[in-house]
Design a protein around this ligand. Structure first.
Ligand SMILES: [Zn+2]
Length: 224
């Protein structure tokens, strides 16, 4: 079943954003969404202050620039093996088809409460929230920060963030470095006002699936 999912291509996807209170592993989320852990959803890299990222498994990418042996035309294919061996600064490898490749470690999102990494000082407090801390937050009193998880089926990412009141809308209202700043808002129906609960970062393509609003009432902080 999982293999079939991985080979499938998405056609006519209707994008959805939805959130739930609390947190659970990607496997548990996928089991509830797809019926099995199919490996389609990942943790976002830095969408919220609780997000974590780090170098993922090595991949071999085509090398675009050879510092010493490059030509102006960028001819990379077909260089003799000896020139690659003379360049020990990075691990250039060659494939059977003669394309130079370099080993890189792309950044990937990590489970926010997952195992400690080099960011956590030895013996000191963690740089991230632990599972116990997240569970404690989930039982906080009314009006104090709780943990929510947002699933984005456009970028197929999951993000955890804190909000005091249940979020009901995402308002994209600014951009920085090509990344949208999105306000996660709760709604007060007595005054028809959206209140900012958290600020997340999302890639710009999420805007293509959003509607434009002529005007909204926005409060930056609840006073009760
Ligand atoms: Zn840690």
């Amino acid at each position: 079943m999982a293999r079939n999912y991985r080979r499938a291509k998405f056609r006519q996807v209707h994008p959805r954003l939805f959130a739930f209170e609390g947190h659970m592993s990607i496997c548990a989320i996928e089991e509830k969404l797809f019926g099995a852990a199919v490996g389609l959803i990942r943790w976002s890299k830095n969408a919220s202050p609780l997000s974590r990222h780090g170098p993922g498994p090595a991949v071999l990418e085509p090398k675009l620039h050879l510092p010493e042996n490059d030509t102006e035309q960028g001819q990379l294919a077909g260089l003799p093996q000896a020139q690659g061996d003379d360049n020990p600064r990075d691990s250039v490898e060659t494939q059977a088809e003669g394309v130079w490749r370099v080993r890189t470690y792309p950044m990937i999102g990590k489970e926010p409460w997952g195992p400690c990494d080099e960011q956590c000082p030895p013996g000191g407090p963690c740089s991230h929230k632990t599972d116990e801390e997240l569970r404690a937050l989930e039982e906080s009193p009314l009006g104090q920060d709780k943990i929510f998880t947002l699933i984005d089926t456009v970028t197929m990412t999951a993000t955890i963030f804190t909000a005091a009141w249940p979020p009901q809308a995402l308002i994209a209202c600014g951009t920085e470095g090509g990344i949208e700043r999105v306000l996660v808002c709760s709604y007060d129906w007595t005054t028809g006002t959206l209140f900012k609960e958290a600020v997340l970062r999302f890639p710009g393509k999420i805007l293509e699936s959003m509607h434009r609003l002529p005007s909204i009432r926005l409060g930056l902080r609840r006073t009760w």
